[in-house]
Design a protein around this ligand. Structure first.
Ligand code: NAD
Length: 258
């Protein structure tokens, strides 16, 4: 069934989302890419050419439900349905709670948490009708554990962990699964920004932030590889993975083992 290989990945024109998109394109999936990067359409076209798959690009802002609905509708109309949805778009801001700007709180909750509700709601009816859906939420070790100075991010990611479980329960009768992947630190543009912000917040050098703050919590003292995340997503997206649902897969070097 061809629609099972149609995938929407939010925030897929940078970092983890782009890396996962590449692996899915390699595996023959047709991709709807999304993100705020100005060269999104070119990225989508290049991936399509390189791997011989269909690609689309939507600049839908994850803060705007009507833009999210339009993105989903495009895939429904042009390709006959959405098989897999990966909620990956995310933003970060690091600050002590007393200085945390209200606008940053709203932004982080909107992009990292509410958008996963809006995208899932938008694909739900079609997935239910076709009796197939695979929803994968890229949460974080911060969906399972907390760190100082990340009030909005930790709250949003814990929220998505909860949403994952609810969608798993509601989707079960319709062969819609929903799982989360919780990465540790992955060296992407988002983390490069955090290294700088954390250096300021903790009053440390950037190297000290990497070793004493970021990787300190992982038993495995290495940044997580995007390939490992993509391989996990590939397993969860598979039609044969119908009994894996409601789970969070920590890919974080043993962070939450402690
Ligand atoms: P990134 O900054 O490289 O990519 C984020 C993507 O989200 C970009 O394509 C950006 O355009 C998009 N995006 C941001 N705001 C958007 C909006 N309003 N509408 C549409 N798209 C928007 O970051 P990344 O490190 O690849 O992070 C991807 C996901 O992985 C995020 O959810 C992040 O929280 C999560 N994560 C990252 C790490 C890490 O160490 N990098 C660890 C755990 C979890």
């Amino acid at each position: 069934m061809e629609f099972q290989k149609n995938i929407i990945i939010t925030g897929s024109t940078s970092g983890i989302g782009l890396g996962i998109a590449r692996e899915f394109a390699k595996a023959g999936y047709h991709l709807m890419l999304n993100g705020l990067e100005a060269n999104g359409a070119e990225i989508a076209e290049a991936l399509g050419k390189e791997f011989g798959v269909k690609t689309l690009f939507s600049p839908a802002n994850m803060l705007k439900p009507e833009e999210i609905q339009a993105m989903v509708q495009t895939v429904e109309e042009q390709w006959g349905g959405v098989g897999v949805l990966i909620n990956n778009a995310g933003v970060q801001y690091v600050s002590p709670v007393e200085d945390f700007p209200e606008s940053k709180w709203d932004l982080i909750i909107g992009v990292n948490l509410s958008s996963a509700f809006h995208t899932s709601k938008a694909v739900w009816k079609g997935m239910k009708e076709r009796n197939f859906g695979r929803i994968i939420n890229i949460t974080s070790a911060h969906g399972l554990r907390a760190s100082a100075f990340k009030s909005a991010y930790v709250a949003a990611k814990h929220g998505v962990t909860g949403l994952t479980k609810v969608l798993a329960l509601e989707g079960a009768p319709y062969n819609i699964t929903c799982n989360a992947i919780a990465p540790g630190y992955v060296r992407t543009p988002l983390v490069e920004g955090q290294i700088k912000d954390q250096a300021k917040a903790h009053q440390m050098t950037e190297d000290e932030v990497i070793s004493k703050v970021m990787l300190a919590k992982q038993a495995v003292k290495e940044f997580v590889k995007i390939e490992t995340l993509a391989a996990t997503a590939m397993l969860l997206a598979s039609p044969s993975s119908s009994e894996i649902t409601g789970a969070t897969f920590p890919i974080e070097g043993g962070w939450s083992a402690q």
